[in-house]
Design a protein around this ligand. Structure first.
Ligand SMILES: [Zn+2]
Length: 401
């Protein structure tokens, strides 16, 4: 209750300072003008802007590429998918408002609107298990097995760094999605990292994609920018939208911008995967390569490459974790390039507030909304899987001195 009240007061304050934004609604989607976007963040727009050709926005923070009628965005060498396309209407170029709030602002001002959230530990979730094999696109190597192997490599790295962790499974067994996500509930301050491998009907599909929960009013990336149904619009996202994005992009960039063997960059994407919807913590789902691609499957058969995948995820976790520590630690941070404070560029943004989008309710304030669909999950089994998991592991979960 107190939480809701604080949120409402915060929202009112933010709404009062909304006059800097030029807003337009086209169909069901709200936009802000590119001009007001560029002004707020201190970007210069490189003219002319032509259809289907990327155009540059530059600032002391870095350069961004947007494309008219496209959802694709690039920032400092990596790729992101917006919820809706950049479009033109009555001669004005428009930026989707949901992307302004849920993608651009966390990207460009990671620590301005939302407090830092120190990482206490990591729930590592090897996807699938037991009767649920995941993709079997690679002969002789099932996804559930590779996920578990990568997860065990990841927790060893976390262990060496003194970061507490817990695994959602340590063996080849089925664990319900609710139980996986519940481990994050049982460990306040932990983040949730789900590990998967991809498949596609085309054997040539390859690369790395990293998923963050779709925020409210945002269609999932795979929908091509259109809503499947009303639930896409009213699904509340969760109160970790901002941190979901920061964590996801830290892991994504660690992989696709790696100096050696970097996988092809398929972009940071959005989806309403059940484990992401149910996790009551900042969460991410990694698709670390295609088992349906003969080259990537061959790589993933090697221990060296699975170790590499684990290391990229680990580096991303480390980068996110550091970004949530002291401002001094953030200043030293090189990997998460979004940590650069736009206030330092002299743009004078310290007094500005980003308008909160009405209706973007955190999960915790949502209980009275009848139309909001609830997760279509199986009932959550109350057994605590953790003790079994800790016992089964060869590595210590204790913090090292
Ligand atoms: Zn999977």
């Amino acid at each position: 209750m107190i939480r809701s009240l604080v949120f409402l007061i915060g929202m009112t304050a933010a709404l009062q300072a909304s006059e800097t934004w030029e807003k337009v609604k086209v169909g069901r989607v709200e936009y802000v003008s590119l001009d007001s976007f560029a002004k707020f963040y201190g970007f210069k727009i490189a003219e002319p802007i032509e259809n289907n050709r990327p155009f540059d926005l530059t600032s002391p923070m870095g350069s961004m590429q947007l494309t008219l009628d496209s959802r694709e965005m690039r920032w400092k060498g990596s790729r992101y998918w917006l919820s809706h396309s950049i479009r033109q209407n009555d001669g004005k170029i428009l930026i989707p408002k949901v992307d302004l709030v849920k993608t651009f602002d966390p990207l460009l001002r990671p620590n301005v609107e939302v407090p830092r959230r120190p990482v206490q530990g990591v729930v590592v979730d090897p996807g699938h298990g037991g009767g649920d094999e995941g993709t079997r696109a690679a002969r002789g190597l099932s996804e559930k097995t590779a996920n578990l192997d990568i997860a065990k490599r990841l927790v060893r790295l976390l262990d060496q760094a003194g970061i507490p962790w817990v695994l959602t499974r340590t063996k080849d067994r089925y664990v319900d999605h609710g139980d996986r996500s519940k481990l994050a509930d049982d460990h306040p301050g932990y983040i949730f990292v789900s590990l998967h491998l991809n498949e596609d009907s085309s054997r040539s599909s390859e690369g790395w994609e990293t998923y963050s929960l779709s925020p409210q009013f945002a269609p999932s990336t795979s929908s091509g920018g259109s809503f499947f149904g009303d639930e896409d619009e009213v699904w509340p996202g969760n109160e970790y939208d901002h941190h979901n994005f920061l964590l996801t992009q830290a892991i994504h960039r660690a992989a696709v911008l790696a100096k050696t063997n970097a996988p092809m960059d398929r972009g940071l994407k959005r989806a309403r995967f059940k484990v992401l919807r149910l996790a009551n913590s900042p969460s991410v789902l990694v698709e670390g390569g295609f088992l349906s691609n003969p080259g990537e499957a061959a790589d993933l058969r090697t221990e060296a490459y699975r170790q590499q995948v684990a290391s990229w995820v680990f580096e991303g976790i480390q980068a996110y974790k550091r970004s949530q520590e002291s401002p001094e630690a953030v200043a030293r941070l090189k990997l998460v390039t979004n940590s650069i404070n736009p206030l330092a560029s002299g743009a004078g943004q310290s007094t500005k507030r980003l308008e909160e989008v009405p209706g973007f309710r955190p999960k915790s304030t949502n209980s009275g909304v009848v139309s909001t669909p609830q997760p279509a999950s199986a009932p959550i089994v109350k057994t605590n899987v953790e003790p079994e998991i800790r016992k089964a592991l060869p590595v210590s979960t204790e913090k090292k001195e």
